[in-house]
Design a binder for this molecule. Structure first.
Ligand code: PRX
Length: 628
């Protein structure tokens, strides 16, 4: 008889090494691991020590003999009206060409390669080529602009940057090369080479000696055969930057062996995915969901994966569902924000397609509100499964593990803790564990974090320890920085962030980063950015700014607001642009000068700002209220 989910979870914690040794059998090892988990130096967990493997081998090469002609990558763009399907064999050939080109540009094991690309097949080739060579990719979301890109280049110090002439959104071309050139002008690090994919969307100025064209280089390596470089299980596969409480994004560093095992196990145990099925994840390769569930997990599992460039409602709200019908998609993975966009259209756009292949829809990245869950559940008549995790973990912390044992959905809850995660609720002031049902606490995870989770912050072990493992008094435990509560059956409910991270349309943004950018404006003296509830995007960024000089009249305010927004667009990207910039004469602060963000947020959301006894000047809040 299969084990109950609770027994399965219990064993993953109590017989940790035996449990993960079994899961490790799901992937190919060049050299099997000597030790399953080395936790002799907490909180640094070293998984599958002594083992040697390769992520690209597990995603591609090992499927060739049996599934070589099967679909691997289905690249669809409604922006350029193109559609191309790559079999495993074809994808393998393209990845080898890309790997050979990278080698010719000097890339070796351990080198970083920054990837700043739209959702095109070449981005997938580039990521897989990196891990094939043992190089470390660092993908920067294509919606970010030059400032964000520059800070990530300086931190990752890539030998090579791979990019494209342009992305496209809703039919509007966004040229990448000028943004990349500006980023390279802003940063200190100089990459040895830049490889550009020309889609024919925007002109490119190529810099002699540094910039190379993918098409020309590829032509020289059509028959390339590049063997996988075996790497230690603990060698990094990639870094991915994510926002926190400071203005400087953290490079989340992922290993190779642990990540491959975690994803290989997640497909059958969480998603019930099998070779030959088709996974359609609508995220972006610039986010962790894209890394794990557009690229690596489906390919490791021998499934086909859909890479989609375009909007969910263009040419109409039926587009995703026509893809499900055409390619017999079995698993779909998206974000609540996308469903709220669809919800503005007739549900008939969805239901008119034959969705019989589809098993379920998983949603992640932000709270799934009940009306959205109900609407999509009715529109497609399939199970809707909430899924909670973070860039740091790389795969779900909480969801239903239906591949272990079918579990009932509870609206508003992403489910129980997934196997491998020893989740606790902690009282933030005492550090004590809250064991009773209905008690609100900080969601924390007792170490070691399971395989696949972040190893450290890139080149900053101390920051990893201080940020994640020391925020709770009296104990070393990983903080998710989310509030949570558990019911009597072990189902969790997520109640929002404990820090200044906000979630706009499923994009994780740090308010500090936006504040630092706005402060660079010559006329801005001080600024505070908070996230406020938004019906469509979940949250929207709202900025409160104090100007250096007097700002009289509505027209002057509007002009400066537009100027500030332009600055954010140019430096960080439109994703970080606040929905409004509200000019005030002072920001609410405590007597000791600490910004009262929560009070500003409460007022902006029409809630009671709570205890204001520590506030220096309560009139400031009244002014904010009047200007909203
Ligand atoms: O606050 C939680 C929220 O998004 C954060 C992680 O965002 P990111 O690093 O971009 O990773 C997304 C991976 C899915 C979390 O700390 N979050 C994510 N999923 C959910 C969620 N909040 C509520 N419900 C969820 N299902």
């Amino acid at each position: 008889m299969p084990p109950s989910f609770n027994d399965f979870h219990c064993r993953s914690i109590e017989e940790r090494d035996a449990f993960w040794a079994e899961q490790a059998g799901r992937i190919d090892w060049h050299v099997p691991p000597r030790q399953i988990c080395d936790y002799s130096n907490p909180p640094f967990a070293r998984w599958f020590v002594g083992g040697q493997t390769n992520l690209c081998h597990n995603a591609l090469d090992r499927h060739l003999a049996e599934h070589g002609e099967q679909n691997a990558l289905i690249a669809i763009s409604t922006e350029t009206n193109s559609e191309k399907v790559y079999s495993y064999r074809e994808l393998h050939a393209e990845v080898q060409r890309m790997a050979a080109v990278m080698q010719s540009l000097g890339v070796e094991k351990g080198d970083r390669v920054q990837i700043y690309m739209p959702m095109i097949a070449e981005a997938v080739f580039a990521m897989l080529a990196c891990v094939r060579l043992g190089a470390i990719h660092s993908v920067v979301f294509g919606g970010f602009a030059s400032g964000s890109l520059a800070s990530r280049i300086d931190d990752a110090e890539p030998k090579l940057i791979v990019s494209a002439d342009a992305g496209s959104r809703g039919g509007r071309v966004v040229a990448y090369k000028p943004l990349l050139d500006e980023a390279l002008r802003l940063c200190k690090h100089r990459p040895a080479a830049v490889l550009m994919v020309d889609r024919g969307l925007a002109p490119m100025e190529m810099q002699q000696g540094r910039d190379h064209g993918w098409a020309e280089r590829r032509a020289a390596f059509l028959d390339a055969q590049v063997a996988c470089t075996w790497v230690e299980a603990t060698d990094p596969s990639y870094t991915l930057y994510t926002s926190g409480t400071t203005g400087k994004p953290k490079g989340v560093q992922r290993d190779t062996g642990g990540y491959t095992v975690a994803l290989a196990a997640s497909m059958p145990l969480i998603f019930g995915g099998e070779p030959g099925q088709t996974f359609f994840c609508t995220s972006d390769i610039g986010w962790v969901v894209g890394h794990s569930y557009i690229i690596y997990a489906p390919l490791i599992a021998g499934m086909a994966t859909v890479l989609y460039e375009g909007l969910p409602v263009r040419p109409d709200a039926g587009i995703w569902w026509s893809i499900v019908e055409k390619y017999k998609v079995t698993h779909m993975f998206s974000a609540p924000t996308a469903i709220r966009v669809l919800k503005k259209h007739d549900a008939d756009y969805l239901s008119r397609h034959d969705l019989s292949s589809l098993k379920a829809l998983w949603l992640a990245g932000e709270p799934l509100d009940e009306p959205t869950a109900q609407w999509i559940s009715k529109a497609i008549n399939k199970p809707i499964i909430d899924n909670y995790w973070q860039t740091e973990t790389g795969w779900p912390i909480m969801t239903l593990c239906n591949g272990v044992q079918p579990q009932a959905t509870r609206f508003g809850s992403p489910g129980k803790a997934v196997y491998g995660y020893n989740v606790k609720l902690i009282d933030e002031s005492t550090g004590e564990e809250l064991t009773g049902a209905g008690q609100k606490g900080v969601l924390a995870i007792d170490g070691p974090l399971p395989p696949g989770c972040m190893q450290t912050v890139w080149r900053d072990d101390q920051r990893f320890v201080n940020t994640y493992w020391k925020s709770i008094p009296g104990r070393m435990i990983y903080s998710t920085f989310d509030w949570g509560v558990r019911d009597e059956d072990g189902y969790y409910f997520i109640l929002g962030r404990t820090d200044d991270v906000i979630n706009v349309a499923g994009h994780r943004l740090g308010t500090r980063e936006i504040e630092e950018c706005i402060c660079a404006h010559a006329r801005v003296a001080e600024v505070a950015v908070v996230g406020v509830a938004d019906a469509l995007k979940g949250q929207a960024a709202l900025a409160f700014a104090v100007t250096r000089d007097a700002l009289e009249g509505e027209q002057a305010r509007k002009a400066l607001e537009a100027d500030v927004m332009k600055l954010v667009d140019a430096r960080l990207g439109a994703v970080a642009r606040p929905s409004r910039v509200i000019f005030v004469s002072a920001l609410p602060k405590t007597r000791s000068g600490k910004l009262l963000r929560r009070a500003m947020q409460a007022v902006a959301e029409g809630r009671d700002p709570g205890d204001l006894s520590t506030m220096e000047d309560p009139a400031v809040l009244a002014q904010i209220q009047a200007r909203l």
